[in-house]
Structure formats: C-alpha cells, structure tokens
Design a protein around this ligand. Sequence first.
Ligand code: SAH
Length: 246
Amino acid sequence: MSPATLPRRRALLVCTAALLMWPSLSSRSAAAPDYAAARERMVREQIASRGVRDSRVLESMRTTARHLFVPEEQRPHAYRDYPLPIGEGQTISQPYMVALMTELARPQPGDRALEIGTGSGYQAAVLAPLVEHVYTIELEPRLAETAEKTLRELGYENVAIRVGDGYQGWPEAAPFDLIIVTAAPDHTPQPLLDQLKPGGRLVIPVGPTHAVQHLRLIEKDDDGQIRSRNVTPVRFVPLRRGSGWR
Ligand code: SAH
C-alpha cells in the first residue's frame, strides 16, 4: 500500500460509516415518541373499547403523562396494555384497570378522594383533575418520595401524599366521597368503610395474595347502609401491613 492510498482509504471508511449511520440517525430523530398519539390509541383501543364511557375519565387518561411516572427504561412501554414495574417489587396498574377503577369511583368536581397505594403517583394524577383534592398513602418511603417529586414537577397541586399503612385510612382528612385501593387486602379494612361519606364509593381488590382477587365496588347509601358487588376478577400486589405513620 503506497502512503498516498492510506488516507484515501480512511476517508472512504469514514464516508461509508457515515452513510451507514445516516438512516438510523435520521430515523432516530424523526421517531421521537409521540406520547400524545400513544395515549389517544391507548384510550381508543384498550379503554373505550372495553366499555369505559365516563368522558371526564377518558379525557384524564388522554392527558395524563403516564410515561413520566414509570422508570426511564420502561417509557417505551408506558402506553401498552399491561402493568409495569416501578421499583421496590411494585407495579403501576394496566391503563385499563386505572380507568375502570376511576370510573367505578364516579369522581365529581367537589369530591375529596383517598387513594391507598400511591406507587408511582399515576392513579393520583389521573384523579387529580376530576376531584377537589386527592389524599394518597404509600407504605414504601422511596416510592412516596419519587411520586411526590414527579407530581410536584408536573404541577399537581391538589394531591397530598403520606407515608404509612393505608389500612388505617387518613382519619384527619376523612370523610371521603371516594376511596380507591390499589393493593389487595384479604378483607375490606373497616377504617376505610368508616371513613366513607354517606353516598360514597370504595373501589378495592379483595382476595388472597398471589391468587385471583375480586375488584369490588362498595357503596354507602345516605342512611349509612353498605352495598357491595364484585365487578371483575383482578390481580394486584398485596396490601402489606405497616406500623402506622412515619
Ligand atoms: N396506584 C399506583 C400503583 C400501586 S401498586 C400507581 O398508580 O402507580 C400498590 C402500591 O401499594 C405499592 O406501591 C405498595 O408499596 C403500596 N402498598 C402496599 N401495602 C400498602 C399499605 N398497607 N399502605 C399503603 N400502601 C401500600
């Protein structure tokens, strides 16, 4: 090889490499994920198609940035039809389950809502525009911290988070118009029934750990009578018992 051919070869190699990379570089920038479109599709194909009709709930599912509530490596999957890991062995529920539970709770603009199991903060964020105030309790301090940061950065101002055992509810903020429980106990906690207003709705998965549970809608009528019905079989992480507030 003459000394003159070496640089030419190198230049060729560089050009070839650049050409090979060009399509992937350009498609990478052109394919920046369109999360709004992904949410539209999610609502149409996973949620409305399965019978969720409440237009305010559908609108909240359309506008809540689910991808910002999951770990970065999970973002490409954020709008898919399944739950995702959020750390500490916990999961964010499948989008349809969040929408169904929210619809069953019948959120109204003046309502006080309680959520047990903050997790990523996503369910609280979906509820936030639909009610007056959301109170949410998380047993695992690290998850509560991350959720609080996400909600603050996204400007949710009507959500309060507390670290503790949600089995006890949040007596100081009670009574609530609606309560959504996103971890499964083996029975309905009496404190949650007590903290429900007359006319209130409690949506809760109940059943044994690591087996099929039932999503239950429990309503308290104006006379304080409790009515309960099983809506659908579900699978949630267990509601663990903690040691009060931290
Ligand atoms: N709603 C969440 C997902 C919840 S996963 C979201 O939108 O991301 C269930 C959560 O319940 C987990 O974060 C788990 O740590 C929490 N949890 C389990 N037992 C609890 C208890 N006794 N009190 C409060 N939170 C509890």
